[in-house]
Design a protein around this ligand. Structure first.
Ligand SMILES: Cc1cc2nc3c(=O)[nH]c(=O)nc-3n(C[C@H](O)[C@H](O)[C@H](O)COP(=O)(O)OP(=O)(O)OC[C@H]3O[C@@H](n4cnc5c(N)ncnc54)[C@H](O)[C@@H]3O)c2cc1C
Length: 430
């Protein structure tokens, strides 16, 4: 049994606590914010998250999936809204398999309660980590309520303290690779309220998107940017031009828009993710990515599952071996999902409204239906399988090259369902 400190009781830290508690370790979780079950810590940042197949695999491995199943909504398709309000439904998979939408706040609350069911887990809210001694595993905390400082020794420390990780900050003093790049887009959350009878205004089993080429999220600078919207008048004019069909569903649009924070989006790549047998990074602290594949949390959940498997393999007294193996196994996948997420940004922003993209999806759907063992579209590999991100990314690039040639076939629009097209695609696979 080890004494383990987890810095950050967010989505990943709470699942990690469950995994480690089940192994019999003494787990202390230190969270900067107050207990979300008692205070609304998610005001203005409550966007729903998608739990995908690999997220479920991890939740099942931890034995907490049933608690999460109670709070999710199945989502079967994207629904695009064009400028005239015309809707197009694009299923995520040929067999209408759903991904699952869940409120970030509700998920965090449920997971904290699941962790707290173990007598060997202690949650310490209002404790901000101010530093970690990497060689000894002693962490320093500032109590946000009393102002007191404390030093907490541990055998092993995990930094699951998200993108601005204080634990990762300590790694910067060592031989450690780090890069952070912001994309040109920021985002702001605007929630669609329910109808007066409590039912949703749009189909709740679809992810609704308004792809507008220049912005899905909004750029910093240029013709369309947050800086251009200074008052209610600008806001309404902007929505009337681009998102007219949403206006009647948002009676408090201006209030939400000017109240909610404008957040930026960054990609963080770093490594190694561990320092000897003492400290490791996990979740966004190790791999913050842009949210366009909806995989950041799922990737963090998979980190936890893989770590647990490595503990099964090497035992709970071999932390140096386990953490080195964890870094080797997960770091390439963190990099791959960062690349995949940027790619999906372009797909959601530009391509879902592009007829050639829709044609490609149809051809791929047909190939998958007729040859499921040979063709699994990239999206399905990421969202509906446990295939490692790095392998999915490689296969996706190969599929791109093949589909480029298929789409270049003369008359492809008319003959996409033909044997000839199928033969060509499968031939290129060999
Ligand atoms: C708009 C948007 C949409 C997204 N949609 C999806 C989606 O659909 N599906 C998906 O899988 N992912 C999605 N993500 C990504 C997902 O939110 C993150 O990957 C996930 O929150 C990472 O979890 P985490 O626990 O590693 O970090 P966080 O959720 O950031 O949690 C870190 C925790 O550490 C605490 N903390 C921070 N600093 C300290 C400190 N110094 N001391 C103590 N505690 C500290 C924080 O208060 C927080 O509770 C989305 C992200 C965004 C921005």
């Amino acid at each position: 049994m080890k004494n383990i400190t987890i810095v950050g009781g967010g989505l990943v830290g709470s699942l990690l606590a469950v995994f480690l508690a089940k192994r019999g370790h003494q787990v202390n979780v230190f969270e900067r914010r107050p207990d979300p079950r008692k205070t609304n810590v998610y005001a203005g940042r409550s966007i729903n998250l998608v739990v995908s197949h690999r997220g479920w695999t991890a939740l099942k491995a931890a034995g907490v999936h049933e608690a999460v199943e109670r709070i999710v909504v199945p989502v079967h398709a994207r629904m695009t809204h064009d400028r005239d309000g015309k809707l197009t439904r694009l299923p995520y998979s040929i067999d209408e398999r759903p991904i699952h939408s869940v409120s970030r706040g509700e998920l965090n609350k449920v997971m904290l309660s699941e962790a707290e069911r173990f007598p060997n887990v202690k949650l310490h809210f209002d404790h901000r980590c101010t530093g970690v001694h990497l060689d000894t595993g002693t962490s320093m905390f500032h109590n946000e309520v009393t102002g007191e400082a404390s030093a907490v020794p541990a055998d092993v420390v995990f930094g699951s303290d998200g993108a601005p990780s204080a634990v990762r900050q300590e790694f910067m003093k060592l031989r450690f690779n780090f890069s952070q790049s912001f994309i040109e887009h920021d985002y702001k959350e605007i929630a669609f309220p329910s109808k007066p009878d409590g039912t949703p205004q749009m189909d709740p089993h679809c992810l609704h998107i308004w792809p507008r080429r220049f912005f899905l999220f909004m750029p910093h600078e240029g013709e369309y940017c947050f800086g251009q919207i200074k008052d209610e008048h600008d806001l309404l004019r902007f929505f009337e031009e681009h998102f007219r069909d949403a206006i009647p569903m948002l009676p408090d649009l201006a209030e939400q828009y000017f109240r909610n924070p404008q957040s930026n989006l960054a990609i963080i790549r770093c490594g190694p993710w561990n320092h000897k047998d003492k400290v490791a990074l996990i979740g966004d602290a190790a791999h913050a990515i842009v949210p366009f594949y909806g995989e950041g949390m799922n990737a963090g959940y998979e980190d936890c599952k893989v770590l647990n498997e490595l503990l099964n393999q090497h035992g709970d007294d071999n932390w140096g071996v386990v953490l080195d193996a964890y870094n080797r196994a997960r770091k390439p996948n963190g990099d791959a999902i960062a690349d995949l997420s940027l790619r999906n940004f372009v797909e959601m922003r530009d391509l879902v409204a592009d007829p050639r993209f829709i044609l490609r999806k149809k051809i791929e759907g047909r190939l998958q239906a007729r040859h499921p063992g040979k063709w699994l579209p990239l999206y399905s590999q990421v969202k509906f399988s446990d295939i490692e991100y790095k392998d999915a990314w490689k296969e996706g690039l190969r599929q791109d090259r093949i589909m480029e040639q298929v789409l270049a076939m003369p008359g492809i629009e008319e003959k996409w369902e033909s044997e000839e097209v199928e033969r060509m695609a499968l031939g290129l696979l060999e």
